[in-house]
Design a protein around this ligand. Structure first.
Ligand code: C2E
Ligand code: MG
Ligand code: MG
Length: 889
């Protein structure tokens, strides 16, 4: 109840009393005197009533006020407590009466714990707030104020100087209040210290920026791809550089596109696995990737799943491990060779302490690896060599990096034995000695003893001839070689006619003596490379590798006459005859079992037709004999009738893809038979001696062709010419080469001669002298079909040759036959260790080439690049010469 209400009520009561009470008195009391008295009483009554009324009203008003006061107090108290606990500073500003701006009206006590200032400090200075805003944030703060006046409220963040001298980030939320006229009257605001949040936020921005930089500028290729579509979403600089695709090209591709097609299935299987295993966060693996230029390399990937712009994606980090991978692969192969070698191999470190030995080492020395590792080879010393011997060895090792010779060493058992030892120093790129490699073989009589045991297992006890086991082994080798050289192999079955009469009439002992005699005769009737073996009884099997068809009948007759010579038994002269059956590989059978059956049926045929004769299983050999005779007759005229032609096959540098040579391959354009391949007529030429003339023609023609190309201004490459064994043995060879060089006018380094591996198998002074003689002319020498023979690498070292041609039979197995791969890699590595280059022939597929490249093969030739083609087509590979001086010197 307020004052005006109280007064209003009292006024109404008073006026009502005055107006109504007198009237009532006049009406009720006529007597004036009594009315007078009543008047007084009425007056007193009025005073009393009005007093009462006022008392009631005032009392009521008082109560109301104290209730309000209590409420206000409570309210104030509550507000104070709220302000106290609020993390914010609450403040209000009031419009300056001068209209100059705003002055602080109120700041909550919270300012002290938050900013370190007391309220009175703040209130004392009108410009306190502005003076403490970070200078860099002032302009932004002013813009916020502008917004406040325009829109009535604003939220902004800025830095404010704390009393401790360090700026804090604050969030300021302001609301503008206008007066009735719409003029800004008051501003209410709340301030919050957001330094912590801001710190985290800035740290995140920084982390993000760093992360992006890490991705963008990382020297390792990285990318992000979509888990579902497999598309690239982002790739870094290093990936662009490494793969050769531009960023845009990358983004248009999927991760499948950078793999060789044959790896895609495995990759997809990996993805499916990954999916099935609940998409683990982290994953890795080793893969082959393909660059834009098609080249392949090995990468190790590490990746993890992430969300990229809302897409489920994977971040991939790649490391090129091609070198490591190849090194591992090489190591694996080398360790295979290391373990399989029959020769003892040991590796010692720079201080000559054993670090590794192979199985043969243990077999020969008796020492297990763990017994020698860490020790020096001195543990094997026998005491047979003096100090000077070892000093000489070390001196040579220091000067030449190599030592070879016989050393007497002591086995673990104490036995002293001679070994042939080859030591090679292995140096690093800086020429520092890293290791020593020792290769040795036991050169004692033990070998001979082993051979005797071998004999017992492989030879017929009665006659001393090879038995069935050895025959089978030799046959296997003969057929394998024939498969490659296409030279025929013949199997003969010889049976002595009516031999059972000898046994019956003269007894088994005499029969055995006769067999021994016949065996000796058969042996002497044959070439060393032939095998005669006794199957039992009077049955002999004769294996004749690479025999020419025309010799077959001669050999059969020689064998028959060997049997027909009279045999002297205990004073009696015995006359015997034999029948021979002949079968030919591969026409009459694919293996020895089939061939001996065929030969046996031919021998039965001979017996049926009167004995003391020979029969072919089929007529094919006889046909061939005829064909060979015709061929020989025609071949005599081939050179003068210009029927021989040369085709050329390019030899390509594996690393650069550049042409580095051409092999000349002869063909015979026969008027009836068409183009005859060399495999068919070269053996005939060799057997008939025509090879000298043909060889001379090939050499002369190849050189003249090359000279003609040079004269036509082309940048020529060395031409490789094949020499067969018969040519190599021809004493006129060197003169023929000199003559061809002179006639063509070509420098000797434009010629390469390909020798067959059998040349290298003969470690004779003649071979060495012939090779040296050719080398002195300046021509290059290579060993053809390397790996098919049995040449020992230690022989090879003695010949001054330049290049090994890995035979095509191994190249064919690359990428699927691990044995061929091991051989190819071993040939490459060993050739390199001997300082020779390698060329692979018969390369037909990209896979084979990739393998060869990965294992360091220098050159290749094969259908993959081109078949041998006539000279007028071969010219396409030669480019115009850059400088005239190139060929004339
Ligand atoms: P070679 O010297 O080992 O020659 C390689 C043979 O492999 C050639 O057969 C060649 O045509 C063939 N060749 C090349 N690339 C591939 C390929 O990718 N796949 C397959 N499957 N074969 C390929 P060609 O011309 O029939 O010669 C056979 C052999 O005849 C030669 O073997 C060589 O030993 C001999 N020969 C060729 N010309 C002469 C010659 O003028 N004189 C002598 N003495 N022998 C020759
Ligand atoms: Mg060749
Ligand atoms: Mg070859």
């Amino acid at each position: 109840m307020n004052a005006s209400r109280i007064v209003g009520l009292f006024l109404a009561f008073g006026v009502a009393w005055i107006l109504i009470s007198d009237r009532i008195l006049e009406f009720l009391i006529q007597d004036p005197h009594a009315r007078q008295t009543a008047q007084s009483v009425k007056g007193v009554a009025f005073v009393l009533a009005s007093t009462l009324l006022i008392y009631v009203l005032v009392r009521q008003a008082e109560r109301e006020r104290s209730r309000l006061e209590a409420e206000t107090l409570r309210e104030k108290d509550r507000l104070a407590r709220v302000l106290e606990v609020a993390p914010a500073v609450i403040y209000s500003l009031r419009a300056d009466p001068t209209g100059q701006g705003f002055v602080t009206d109120f700041v909550s006590d919270q300012i002290e714990p938050m900013m370190g200032y007391r309220v009175d400090q703040w209130m004392a200075q009108p410009d306190f707030w502005r003076q403490h805003v970070h200078p860099d944030d002032l302009s932004q703060v002013e813009r916020a104020q502008q917004t406040l006046f325009e829109s009535g409220s604003v939220h902004h963040e800025y830095r404010f100087l704390h009393a401790d001298g360090v700026y804090r980030w604050v969030n300021d939320h302001l609301i503008l209040q206008r007066d009735a006229d719409g003029r800004p009257a008051q501003i209410h605001g709340a301030w919050l210290d957001i330094s912590e949040r801001k710190r985290v936020e800035l740290a995140m921005i920084e982390a993000d920026r760093r992360y992006r930089n890490l991705f963008r500028l990382n020297p390792q290729p990285m990318w992000i791809y979509d888990e579902d579509s497999l598309r690239f979403l982002s790739v870094n600089e290093a990936a662009v550089n490494k793969y050769g695709y531009s960023r845009d090209e990358f983004l248009a591709m999927t991760v499948l596109d950078i793999r060789p097609p044959e790896d895609v299935a495995r990759f997809q299987a990996m993805l499916a696995d990954h999916e099935a295993s609940g998409r683990s966060q982290l994953f890795g693996g080793v893969w082959r990737h393909r660059k834009k230029d098609g080249s392949l390399f090995w990468v190790e990937i590490a990746g993890h799943s992430l969300e990229f712009d809302g897409i489920k994606a994977r971040l991939i980090l790649l490391t090129d491990i091609t070198d490591r991978y190849q090194a591992e692969e090489r190591l694996r192969l080398i360790s295979h060779v290391f373990d399989a070698s029959q020769e003892g191999i040991s590796i010692t470190d720079a201080h000559n302490r054993y670090v590794s030995v192979n199985r043969a080492f243990t077999r020969i020395t008796g020492y297990e690896p763990e017994e020698v590792i860490g020790k020096t080879p001195a543990i094997q010393r026998s005491g047979r060599h003096d100090k000077a011997f070892y000093e000489g060895m070390w001196q040579q090792l220091r000067e030449e990096g190599h030592w070879e010779g016989e050393v007497w060493n002591r086995r673990k058992s104490g036995e002293i034995y001679p070994q042939w030892l080859i030591i090679t120093v292995i140096k690093d790129a800086q020429g520092q000695v890293q290791q020593y490699m020792g290769i040795f073989m036991d050169s004692t009589g033990r070998k001979a003893a082993e051979e005797r045991i071998q004999r017992l297992a492989n030879y017929d006890i009665l006659t001393g001839l090879p038995n069935r086991t050895l025959l089978f082994d030799r046959a296997k080798v003969a057929f394998a070689t024939a498969g490659r050289t296409h030279a025929p192999v013949v199997v003969m079955h010889l049976n002595v006619d009516h031999f059972q009469h000898v046994n019956e009439s003269l007894g088994h002992e005499v029969g055995d003596e006769v067999l021994v005699t016949l065996a000796q005769r058969l042996l002497t009737a044959l070439r060393p490379e032939d095998t005669v073996s006794r199957l039992g009884g009077d049955d002999f099997i004769i294996l004749l590798p690479h025999i020419t068809a025309r010799d077959v009948a001669t050999v059969a007759m020689r064998l028959m006459s060997a049997v027909a010579e009279p045999v002297d038994v205990r004073g009696q002269e015995l006359r015997l005859t034999a029948s021979v059956g002949i079968a030919e590989f591969p026409e009459n059978g694919a293996d020895l079992v089939q061939l001996t059956q065929a030969a046996e049926s031919a021998v039965s045929q001979a017996k049926r037709e009167g004995r003391n004769t020979f029969r072919f299983f089929s007529r094919s050999v006889q046909d061939q004999v005829k064909e060979t005779l015709v061929m020989e007759r025609d071949l005599r005229l081939a050179v003068e009738r210009h029927q021989l032609v040369l085709h050329y096959q390019p030899q390509i540098d594996v690393a650069s893809g550049r042409l580095v040579g051409m092999e000349a391959l002869v063909r015979w354009q026969h008027p009836e038979w068409g183009l005859v391949p060399p495999g068919r007529f070269i053996p005939v030429a060799e057997a008939s001696g025509l090879i000298r003339e043909i060889g001379r023609w090939v050499l002369g023609t190849a050189l003249q062709q090359n000279a003609a190309w040079a004269a036509a201004g082309l940048d020529i490459v060395p031409v490789a010419v094949n020499l067969s064994m018969a040519q190599f043995k021809d004493p006129g060879l060197r003169d023929a080469v000199i003559e061809a060089l002179q006639l063509s006018g070509l420098p000797a380094n434009m010629v390469e001669l390909e020798l067959t591996e059998s040349v290298a198998m003969e470690d004779s002074n003649f071979t060495i002298a012939t090779i040296d003689g050719l080398k002195r002319l300046g021509v290059a020498l290579s060993i053809d079909d390397f790996g098919t023979g049995y040449s020992s690498l230690s022989y090879l070292k003695r010949f001054d040759i330049d290049k090994l041609k890995i035979d095509q039979s191994f190249v064919r197995g690359l990428k699927f036959d691990p044995q061929d791969e091991v051989i190819a890699v071993t040939v490459i590595n060993l050739a390199h260790s001997l300082g020779l280059r390698t060329i692979a022939e018969g390369v037909e597929t990209q896979d084979q080439l990739d393998f060869l490249r990965a294992h360091g093969c220098d050159q290749y030739q094969g259908y993959l690049y081109s078949r041998p083609v006539p000279a007028d087509e071969a010219v396409q590979w030669l480019s115009p010469r850059r400088a005239l001086a190139d060929v004339s010197q």
